[in-house]
Structures are given as C-alpha cells and as structure tokens.
Design a protein around this ligand. Structure first.
Ligand SMILES: *Cc1c(COP(=O)(O)O)cnc(C)c1O
Length: 396
C-alpha cells in the first residue's frame, strides 16, 4: 500500500493534463510568435488555454499572464504593485504572518528597499480579521496581499470581504490563491479581486507553470525583460505544453469541483475524527473554514520529522509543516503564528488529501498514526518529563 497524502506540496498530474501535454509536445511545436502556420497554430492553442484559465476564475482572457508558477506570480504581483504605489508616494504594504514564503520573502526584500510592511496576526483559528485589515490600511498603502487559503493549515481567509474593503479604500488587493484555485469556487470579478496568483501543480496540472490574473486597469510591471510575450509583461518563449496541461487540469478541476469537494471533505472529516482520539493532540486551524483536503495535527512530545519518516516506512507520504521549510530547523512560521510554542510546533503533521483517495486508505492512516506517535513518545525524553509531571502539557 502506498498512500500519497501530500497534495498541498504537489499533486499527481491528471490523465487529461498528461494527454493534453503530450499531444501539444508532439503536434504543436511552432513558436506562437512565428508568423508561419505552425506558429499560428501554436498561437491559437495558447489563446484557447488563456481563455480556459480565465473562464475558470471568472476573468477575461486578456487579464491572464502565464508565469513559471505560483512563486513568480506572487513576486510579480507584489513587486509591480509596490513600484506602482511608490511612484505615487505610497510605500506601505499590508499582508499577514502566515503567507507563503514567495510572498513573505518578497515583502522582506521590499522592506530592505525602503518600503514599510505591516504583517497582520491571525487568530488561534488561523484566520485574519477583516477589521484588522481595515485598521492597517493607511493613505499611503499601496497594496494588501493576503492568501486565499493557507498551504499548511488549510484555513480559508475572508477574501471577499477583504477585497470589497480594499476596493472601497481604493487599495490594490492581491491574493495568493495557489491552494484555492481548482478547489474552491472563485470569481475574481464578482469578488472584486485585483490580482490573483495560481499554480498548475496544485490542481493536478504540471509544475513550473502558473498564472497571474491582473484586473484591467491595474498597471503591471515586468520581472523578466526580453521579448513581447504575454503582452510585453513576461518575456520568454511560452512553455506551451505546460500551459496547455495546466489549462486542461484546471478546466477538469472546475467541472468536477462540487463532486470532488464533497468526496474530499468527507474523507478529511473521517481522518480528523479518527486522529482526534490521540491524547495531547490538536487539529490546527479552523475545523470548518478549511480546504476540503487539509488535515493538520500537532502531537505533543514528538518530532514531526521522525513521524514523517516512520509513516513513510508504512507507505504514507505526508508532510510536517510545509515542504519549503523542511530542511530548516525552524518550526513553521504558520504554526507559531497560531500560538503554538516552538517545542510543540515541531510535532506537527500535515496530511493533504485528494479525490482519488478511498475510505480504506483513510482508515489505514487512522490506524498507523497513533501507533507511530505512541512509539515515538515511548522513546522521547520530552514525553517522559511530561508523563512524570516534571513539565506541564501544552495541549490538554
Ligand atoms: C505551492 C505554493 C506556492 C508556490 O507555487 P509554485 O508554483 O510551486 O512556485 C505559493 N503559494 C502557495 C500558497 C502555495 O501553496
């Protein structure tokens, strides 16, 4: 048995996406910028992909810019809005403490370049308060950027309310919707979102490709200079097979969203119920306002990394914190933000599900995790202190 429960890190490409990519690689080899018919065929395929991606999020085709992924889209959106603001004397940026590093590190850089950044706290439920966003907005605020759904604890932010607030205050609003697109219903025009980042590999498309939606009328600046691709806003010959694969995967995800969401939510809640019997453990993030596929637990007295390796031995692929922070010894900034102390934040486990999973697989995980947690606690000096009463439990 091999159970892949790390869909927040990346998803397995769907057969539809693979077929679309292979046929594009074989048959659509022209450069969309070339004037001959092979080039024009490629330009048509590129156009159709743009229309499909736009439709999936309620945008117009000429509001979509293809990028190399979610990280690039985040970088471009934030840098562009910051520089545009600076030209008008606005050098204040608002975001949250639980953003993806593509956002946080871009904001760090901008801070070093003279911008002022306000990072909002989230509550213990992992959700930012709209009133805190309102309080943070100033006359010199150039941008509010807040993620749609968190990649570690799955919490869904009140994006519609925040976007409406920003529209009212005439502040540009960007959302990193990489975890949400293809999983939650999104309509950028109805929701008054100005900029949105998405990434192909988080909804069963290929990696290395994403898109930035930018509402008509919002200025966009280049990160990459060169040719006139993407209407002059992102140079470089288009990665057409990847773009086509992403568009096919997104179309499929949106068409099946309701059904998939039902399936995955039921699996998620079965898993949450099964794991909540483990003592001195807790579900991280709001139990309801969370992504259909996200389960994130913390188990006191153990190390998440050891848990992962032992689960891998049992054929379960999971994650501790986010894939991007593993390899560093710092606990997840997201878990610290929701109030977990350092030593406890290390004992976290993220299981991210998809619609291909079965109840049998969930039950296998529900059996395996308590065994591994019990084994690790048995050999843990921290746990021994807790049991002897030398230290107090953080999680009752
Ligand atoms: C995966 C992810 C990204 C990065 O996207 P890439 O396509 O891997 O660059 C950004 N933000 C969030 C919330 C993500 O989950």
């Amino acid at each position: 048995m091999y159970i892949y429960a790390d869909n927040a890190a990346t998803t397995k490409p769907s057969q539809t996406a693979i077929d679309a990519m292979v046929s594009c690689l074989k048959e659509v080899y022209g450069n969309p910028s070339s004037l001959h018919s092979a080039g024009q065929k490629a330009a048509e395929v590129l156009f159709q992909a743009r229309v499909d991606v736009a439709q999936a999020i309620g945008a117009d085709f000429n509001e979509i810019y293809f990028t190399s992924g979610g990280s690039e889209a985040d970088n471009q959106a934030i840098r562009s809005a910051a520089l545009t603001g600076a030209r008008r004397g606005k050098k204040h940026l608002v975001s949250t403490k639980i953003e993806h590093h593509a956002v946080l590190h871009t904001l760090d850089k901008l801070e070093n370049e003279g911008f002022e950044v306000t990072l909002l706290e989230v509550g213990p439920d992992g959700i930012v308060k709209v009133e805190d966003v309102e309080k943070a907005i100033r006359p010199d605020t150039a941008l509010v950027t807040i993620m749609y759904a968190n990649n570690e604890i799955g919490t869904i932010q009140p994006i519609t309310e925040i976007a409406a607030l920003c529209r009212e205050k005439k502040v540009v609003f960007h959302t990193d919707a990489v975890q949400a697109v293809g999983h939650l219903p999104i309509n950028v025009h109805d929701q008054q979102i100005d900029m949105l980042s998405l990434s192909g590999h988080k909804f069963h498309g290929p990696r290395g490709v994403g898109a930035l939606y930018v509402r008509k009328g919002i200025p966009l600046r280049n990160l990459i200079e060169g040719g006139a691709q993407e209407r002059g806003k992102r140079a470089g010959t288009e990665n057409l097979p990847a773009i086509v694969g992403m568009a096919a995967a997104l179309k499929e995800a949106v068409a099946n969203m309701e059904e998939n969401s039902k399936t995955v939510t039921a699996l998620r809640d079965r898993l949450i119920k099964g794991l909540s019997h483990i003592d001195h453990s807790r579900l991280n993030g709001d139990p309801v306002k969370r992504l259909p596929g996200n389960v994130n637990f913390v188990f006191e007295g153990i190390e998440g990394e050891s848990l992962l390796l032992l689960l891998d031995d049992k054929g379960i692929a999971a994650s501790s914190g986010s894939a991007c922070t593993s390899g560093s010894l710092d606990p997840s900034h997201v878990l610290l933000s929701i109030g977990l102390p350092h030593e406890v934040a290390h004992g976290s486990l993220r299981l991210s599900l998809d619609e291909s999973m079965t109840e049998e697989e969930i039950d296998y995980i529900v059996n395996a995790v308590p065994e591994v947690v019990a084994y690790l606690r048995d050999i843990s000096p921290v746990w021994e202190d807790l049991v002897k009463g030398d230290k107090d439990y953080v999680i009752q």
